[in-house]
Design a protein around this ligand. Sequence first.
Ligand code: ADP
Ligand code: MG
Length: 162
Amino acid sequence: MKEPKRYRYSSNGPADTSRLAEHLARLAGPGSVIGLDGDLGAGKTAFSQAFARALGVEETVNSPTFTIVKEYEGGRLPFYHMDVYRLSAEEADELGLDEYFYGTGATLVEWSSLIGELMPPERLQIRIVHEGGDARTIELEPHGEPYAGWCRILTENGVLTS
Ligand code: ADP
Ligand code: MG
């Protein structure tokens, strides 16, 4: 497969990160999957909260570290929020994550790199890099369609740089 292209977004604070999440939530559909990586405190949960709000989820979205997966209904699409930090690959396998990935909702996976090949081949990978203070560089790597298309649209709209 071709090397995925890399796109970037500069965030200078939580509001900027929310704005990117809102753009992506607008593009999301049933079966959309976004993997989120970055150190503790990078902003993965902050991104997830903004994404959920943009889908119309009214419930408070917290880090699902202990529950692994949380499902939110009531938005434009079901929203599945995962945090796989405490999960072994074997446990992840047993959870049957594909039911979520290929279901009717949109899924965000915090610490997605830890479950490697259990992530679906077609997905958007996002890495949030802490640059000190409130600055973050957000790198986006689309794997397949429709994610490559999302990144092209957001680049044309001046949201992302390639
Ligand atoms: P993670 O889930 O990656 O461990 P959290 O989202 O829980 O991180 O925490 C990120 C913290 O950093 C929040 O308190 C958030 O308000 C703060 N923050 C500061 N600047 C930013 C930014 N540019 N983007 C996202 N969060 C930021
Ligand atoms: Mg988190």
